[in-house]
Design a protein around this ligand. Structure first.
Ligand code: BG6
Length: 474
C-alpha cells in the first residue's frame, strides 16, 4: 500500500455547485437535463430545445449550493481526515461561451479559492477538466465534439487551468467516464443527432476528437509542470460471461473491449487492432489528421482512473434473460448478486477483479475515483442518519480494493468514493438518491434548508482513513 494513499471523496461541478448563472457563468449541456421522465431522452440526445423551458425543474441550477458553501463543506471533509478531494471544473465558469479570447476572472478565482481552501487542510485536489460539461454556445455553433473546432476550445480551457493552478493542483483527469459518450451522448459530450445521421459514426467522430484533445492536454500539463500527473477515466466494471458457453465468453470479451478501447488509446497510445477492424466493418471512418497518431502515441496518461459501481453480465443470446439497471447501462441480472434500491448489482469482489483486469492490461497506477451506494436515507428528528447499509457496501468494496493491493500487487494511488456530500444524481436528477457521508437537507424538487448533517458513515470513514484501511482487515 502506498504510504501517501489518497483517501477521499468525489463530486462534480454540475451536480453540486448550483449558482448556474452567477458571476458570469454561461449555460452548459448539463444545465438542460430536467428532473423527471424526459431526462433520459435529453441525456441521449433527443433534444427539442437548447434553451431552458418553463415546464421543467432543473436540479443542477441549484445543485447542493456548493458554490456558496464550499468552505464549510471542505471543513467537514477535513474533519473526516480526507487526503484528497475530487472535483470538476464547470467549463462555462471559465469560458461562459467556450470560445472567448480571455477567461472569466470570477470563475478562475472561484476555483483558485477552492484549491487554496483544500491546501489549508493538506487535501490534494483531483481535478476533472470536463465532467460531462460542454458550453451550449459550442453545441449551437459547432455541434459540440462532432467538430474538430472543439479541440481548440478545450485547449484554451486546459491552458488556463494548468497555468493558473500550477502548484495548487497536481492530479488532473481529462474527461470523466469517456466511454459514456456511447450511452449518453448529449450528457457526456453535448451531442445531438440530426435526422438520418449514423449515430455510431457521430459518436466515434466525437470520440476521436476527445482522444486527441486529451493527449494534447497531457503534453501541455507535463510542459507546464513536470509534477503534474494526468489520468484518463472510464466507467468501469467488468462484464462476466453469463455461462461458460464460449459464445457468452466471446460476448463478454467484446463488451469489455467496447469500454477498454478508449483507455487502450489513452494509456497505450494507439487504436487497437480489434477496434480498427470493428469500425471498418461498421463503415465508420475516423477523422484522423496528420500528426494525430504521433500525438496519441507520445502523450499517454500517467494513471488510469475509473468509476466502479457494479460488474455486468453478457450473453450471446440475451432474450428471455432478466435484465437489471446499472450506471446508465443495463445488464443481465447476475443470480449470485443482490441489488441496490435502484436495481444496481452489488459486487464487491468485482472491484478486485476489475482492478486486476485494468492493472494487467496497462501496468500504470490506478485510481478508483468513484464508488458508492445510492440509497434513501432517513433524517431523524435529532438530525441523525443511521446508514449502516452504506457502511456495509463501502466496507466490502474497500476490503476488496485492499486485497487487490496487498494480495495481487495492484498499484492503486487512491480511493475517492462518489458523492461524499449528497448531491444531485446524474442519471435521475434526484436528490433522494444519496451517496454521501454528509447529508444535505434538500428534496427532489429543490425544497429544504440545504443544511449539512454528519451521517453514521461519516464517523466510520474517518476511522478507515485514520487507520489507512487497517480497521477493515482486522
Ligand atoms: C457516474 C458519474 O457515472 O456515476 C457521476 O460520473 C454519477 O456523475 C455517478 O453521479 C452515479 O450515478 P447516479 O446516476 O446514481 O448519479
Amino acid at each position: 500500500m502506498r504510504r501517501n494513499f489518497l483517501w477521499g471523496g468525489a463530486i462534480a461541478a454540475n451536480q453540486s455547485e448550483g449558482a448556474y448563472n452567477e458571476d458570469g457563468r454561461g449555460l452548459a449541456n448539463v444545465d438542460l437535463l430536467p428532473y423527471g421522465e424526459d431526462r433520459l431522452a435529453y441525456m441521449s440526445g433527443e433534444i427539442d430545445s437548447l434553451e431552458l423551458q418553463q415546464k421543467y425543474y432543473y436540479p443542477s441550477a441549484k445543485g447542493i449550493d456548493f458554490y456558496h458553501s464550499y468552505k464549510d463543506d471542505i471543513k467537514l471533509l477535513a474533519e473526516m481526515g480526507f487526503k484528497s478531494f475530487r472535483i470538476s471544473i464547470a467549463w462555462t465558469r471559465i469560458f461562459p461561451n467556450g470560445d472567448e479570447e480571455e477567461p472569466n476572472e470570477k470563475g478562475v478565482k472561484f476555483y483558485e479559492n477552492l484549491f487554496l481552501e483544500c491546501k489549508k487542510y493538506a487535501i490534494e485536489p483531483i481535478v476533472t477538466i470536463a465532467h460531462f460539461d460542454c458550453p451550449v454556445n459550442l453545441i449551437k455553433k459547432f455541434g459540440a465534439w462532432c467538430s474538430r473546432e472543439m479541440i481548440a476550445c478545450y485547449e484554451k480551457l486546459y491552458k488556463v487551468l494548468f497555468t493558473r493552478y500550477k502548484g495548487l493542483v497536481h492530479y488532473w483527469i481529462t474527461f470523466n467516464e469517456i466511454n459514456m459518450i456511447l450511452h449518453a451522448p448529449f450528457m457526456a459530450a453535448g451531442i445531438t443527432f440530426k435526422d438520418g445521421e449514423d449515430h455510431e459514426q457521430v459518436k466515434y467522430t466525437a470520440t476521436h476528437h476527445e482522444l486527441v484533445a486529451s493527449a494534447m492536454a497531457v503534453k501541455y500539463a507535463h510542459e507546464v509542470d513536470p509534477e503534474n500527473k494526468v489520468g484518463c477515466m472510464m466507467a468501469g466494471g467488468d462484464y462476466y460471461p453469463y455461462s461458460c458457453n464460449p459464445k457468452d465468453v466471446m460476448e463478454a470479451m467484446n463488451k469489455n473491449r467496447e469500454n477498454l478501447f478508449f483507455i487502450d488509446v489513452q494509456a497505450r497510445g494507439e487504436y487497437p487492432e480489434y477496434a480498427k477492424k470493428q469500425l471498418e466493418q461498421k463503415n465508420i471512418t475516423l477523422p484522423i489528421l496528420e500528426g494525430d497518431y504521433e500525438l496519441l502515441k507520445e502523450h499517454t496518461v500517467d494513471f488510469v482512473s475509473f468509476s466502479y459501481y457494479a460488474s455486468k453480465v453478457a450473453a450471446s443470446d440475451s432474450s428471455e434473460k432478466r435484465e437489471t439497471a446499472g450506471n446508465l447501462v443495463k445488464s443481465i441480472k447476475n443470480p449470485y448478486l443482490t441489488l441496490s434500491e435502484w436495481g444496481w448489482q452489488v459486487d464487491p469482489l468485482g472491484l478486485r477483479i476489475t482492478l486486476n483486469t485494468i492493472w494487467d492490461r496497462y501496468q500504470k497506477p490506478l485510481f478508483i475515483v468513484e464508488n458508492g451506494l445510492g440509497a434513501i436515507d432517513k433524517l431523524t428528528q435529532n438530525h441523525e442518519i443511521e446508514d449502516d447499509y452504506r457502511i456495509a457496501y463501502l466496507s466490502e468494496h474497500i476490503k476488496e480494493m485492499l486485497h487487490a493491493i496487498e494480495q495481487d500487487g495492484v498499484d492503486v494511488l487512491g480511493y475517492t468514493s462518489w458523492g461524499c456530500i449528497d448531491l444531485v444524481s446524474a442519471g435521475t436528477g434526484q436528490m433522494s438518491k444519496r451517496y454521501g457521508y454528509i447529508y444535505v437537507d434538500a428534496d427532489d424538487h429543490g425544497q429544504g434548508s440545504y443544511k449539512r448533517y454528519r451521517k453514521k458513515s461519516f464517523y466510520w470513514y474517518k476511522k478507515v482513513i485514520e487507520s489507512n484501511g487497517a480497521i477493515l482487515l482486522s
